[in-house]
Design a protein around this ligand. Structure first.
Ligand code: AP5
Length: 218
């Protein structure tokens, strides 16, 4: 299974990528998670990426392409992968295609998550995450058992620095300008699967899981 989850910030790509990767035993590559890990570890790459991320801009292509190349070679991706948040520009998509072709493989499907702008803003502004184990919650849609405390490790939850209103606006603008062209790019290559992701998490998961079942490793 080699799939890409495409869609605006906050449509639920990460939530579903975790579940699909667990169900089908494939690797999950989230460039957002990899970059946030680099920021937390204060690596050179993380320090360089932080200001782009905080403002809601994209990190330069060369940086994220390097991260993804490394991860694709990881044993966790031996059965395939779900790419969450990559590619996000046409040059990233072209590089991904070339890397896979050099391995004699290709993408199976690109799922385009679709949710109204109003819902996206609501999902992003209510998101909370655990700074220790990175679990994600939502104040209304996936609240923790104890208010603002992680269910798994008891840490106080935090709001991502790019989930502030100004950063959300910038991320949506950047999505429209730089990432939305990938919808056409993958549609022309007959890989696109448009998916209504406005329902509850379990409903979206059921639909997605059925769509991706033909691509599971045998
Ligand atoms: P990244 O972390 O990839 O952010 P994003 O694409 O903006 O996506 P999000 O993580 O915000 O949302 P999501 O769609 O995963 O939604 P989630 O499942 O969390 O990237 C962050 C930054 O890193 C970028 O801005 C950029 O700077 C940089 N970057 C990353 N990749 C890059 C690349 N390829 N190139 C260049 N730069 C890159 O859900 C959101 C909330 O909604 C949660 O609270 C969740 O609980 C809730 N929720 C989920 N599903 C549902 C549902 N069905 N119903 C109700 N609530 C739901």
């Amino acid at each position: 299974m080699r799939v890409v989850f495409l869609g605006a910030p906050g449509v639920g790509k990460g939530t579903q990528a975790n579940r699909i990767a667990a169900q089908y035993q494939v690797g999950k590559i989230s460039t957002g998670d990899l970059l946030r890990e680099a920021v937390r570890n204060r690596t050179t790459l993380g320090l360089a990426a932080k200001s782009y991320m905080d403002q809601g801009n994209l990190v330069p292509d060369a940086v994220v392409i390097g991260l993804v190349r490394e991860k694709l070679a990881d044993p966790s991706c031996a059965n395939g992968f779900v790419l969450d948040g990559f590619p996000r520009t046409v040059p990233q998509a072209e590089t991904l295609g070339a890397v896979l072709a050099s391995q004699g493989v290709a993408l199976d499907r690109v799922v385009n998550f679709q949710v109204s702008r109003e819902d996206v803003v609501r999902r992003l502004s209510g998101r909370r995450s655990c700074p220790k184990c990175q679990a994600t919650f939502h104040v209304d849609f996936a609240p923790p058992r104890v208010n603002e405390i992680c269910d798994r490790c008891g840490e106080p939850l935090v709001q991502r620095s790019d989930d502030r209103r100004e950063a959300i606006e910038m991320r949506l603008k950047v999505y429209d300008e730089q990432t939305a062209p990938l919808v056409r790019y993958y549609d022309e290559r007959r890989l696109l699967f448009p998916m209504d992701a406005s329902g509850a998490v379990d409903v979206v998961f059921q639909h997605l899981s059925q769509e991706l079942a033909p691509y599971r490793a045998t």
